[in-house]
Design a protein around this ligand. Structure first.
Ligand code: UDP
Length: 453
């Protein structure tokens, strides 16, 4: 029989490309051939890891498709979600992805892969694959829990039964009683009438239901009620193949995910090695979220008042917003990483005791896999749903009270709430810490979850 060949096509965003690379590594380690499809600017996200895999005898191929940014009204080189300067231009980004269809189909015709694993945000890939009789698996890059919430919210529209944006409503029919407010829903989930739904969102939803099935970066024991709900109540064919980050076992793979780290990994490890066990708070909000200057100030003051030692990753767009004197005052207590941190290495270090996170699914699962309690601070996407999973289902986190969905210039969280949440998780009740620790050491069990093909 011919060797199986998987095509992987992620959305061009770090939170989607990083787990896709891990998926590719996973399948090549089982003798399957893997090809990743991306654009020229994003090649660097994959190239070093591909090189390292090659040295180990596992070949991952990469094929590039030109991204028509300027032709679609985007700035030159705007080939990744975090480079889209305003929310108004998100539509242009989507249009540019749709224009990848023709060259993508040429690749399918040339390579005839056995299977396509493509992003939920590339719904048109379903038709492309169908043209060549290739089964398509969808990758959402989020939790089962979040997709169950989305299904319930869009099906029953509970947000229409409350009179104000800040009134909480229960998400109907879920295994747990979960409450949200309108301001925490993604804009696509709070559409009242079908006719108001953009054709793109409609296509995205419909295409997610078609195809061969859905792969998740999650594991059964983490959210069994929601895996069952998704498979049996929503009747979808699904595989839980996570936590994908655990396939990165050596220091290079852990240190360089997505971008080159802005700090030397040895320097970072040395700093952590000098600290007490479980004493450091790691603060990072992923690759996309941006805060206002006043929010940055509240965060800085909140961290400082907690009295805890910390690592804080500050995105380049937010660098100038660090309050004056903060770095100098806290230099004995904290390490500020400007740009990109070796997150997996840091989370896995025993000096780290808590994770302040925006609840992007990759970060959330990486924190869970490291057995860390979390301070949850969702910003946009489905992050408010992931927060509910952490706080109310897993009960391994404390929220800062973030309530407003906003990708750029997010604000509204007060310093006192930040201080209190950090203190709660790091000083932590024994019970809470015990709960978080139970996910640690999953690495040993991961083999059991590699039953993809
Ligand atoms: N990440 C990293 N260093 C950073 C910031 C993020 O390695 O300084 C990685 C993180 O480990 C995760 C991914 O980038 O794998 C971010 O994905 P997530 O879903 O958490 O958030 P998003 O960036 O999509 O909002």
């Amino acid at each position: 029989m011919d060797q199986l060949h998987f095509f992987f096509f992620p959305l061009m965003a770090h939170g989607h490309m990083i787990p896709t690379l891990d998926m590719a590594k996973l399948v090549v380690s089982r003798g399957v051939k893997a090809t990743i499809i991306t654009t020229p600017l994003n090649q660097s996200v994959f190239s070093k890891a591909i090189q390292r895999n090659k040295q180990e005898g596992n070949e991952i191929d990469i094929r590039l498709i030109k991204f028509q940014a300027v032709e679609n009204g985007l700035p030159e080189g705007c080939e990744r979600l975090d480079l889209v300067p305003t929310d108004e231009l998100l539509n242009n980004f989507t249009m540019a992805t749709i224009m990848m269809k023709e060259p993508f189909e040429q690749l399918l015709q040339e390579c005839r892969p056995s299977c396509l694993v493509s992003d939920m945000f590339l719904p048109w890939t379903y038709d492309s694959a169908a043209k060549f009789n290739i089964p398509r698996l969808v990758f959402h890059g989020t939790s089962y829990f979040a997709l169950c919430v989305t299904d319930s919210v869009t099906r029953y529209k509970p947000f229409m039964n409350v009179s104000s944006d800040s009134d909480a409503f229960v998400i109907p029919n879920l295994p747990h009683q979960i409450k949200l407010t309108r301001t925490q829903l993604t804009p696509f989930d709070r559409i009242e009438e079908e006719k108001d739904m953009s054709p793109m969102i409609k296509e995205l939803r419909e295409s997610g239901l078609k195809g061969y099935g859905v792969v998740f970066n999650s594991f059964y024991e983490l959210e069994p009620d929601y895996v069952e709900y998704y498979a049996n109540v929503l009747s979808r064919k699904t595989w839980a193949i996570g936590p994908l980050s655990l396939c990165n076992r050596d220091i290079e793979d852990k240190a360089e995910r997505g971008k080159n780290s802005s700090i030397d990994k040895h320097e970072c490890m040395k700093w952590l090695d000098s600290k007490k066990s479980s004493s450091i708070v790691y603060v990072c909000f992923g690759s996309v979220a941006i805060f206002t200057a006043s929010q940055m100030e509240e965060l800085a003051m909140g961290i400082e008042a907690s009295g805890q030692e910390f690592i804080w990753v500050v995105r380049p767009d937010n660098e100038e917003c660090l309050p004056e004197g903060f770095e100098e005052r806290t230099k004995e207590k904290g390490l500020i990483i400007r740009g990109w941190a070796p997150q997996l290495l840091i989370l896995d270090h025993e000096a780290v005791g808590a994770f302040v996170t925006h609840c992007g699914w990759n970060s959330t699962l990486e924190g869970i896999s490291a057995g860390l309690p979390m301070v949850t601070w969702p910003v946009f996407g489905e992050q408010f749903y992931n927060e509910k999973l952490v706080i109310e289902v897993l009960r391994t986190g404390v929220g800062v009270g973030s309530v407003q969905w906003k990708r750029i210039d997010s604000e509204g969280v007060k310093r006192e709430a930040i201080t209190e949440a950090i203190k709660k998780v790091i000083v932590g009740e024994e019970a809470e810490l015990k709960r978080t620790r139970k996910w640690q050491g999953r690495q040993l069990k991961q083999e059991a979850h590699l039953t993809l093909v």
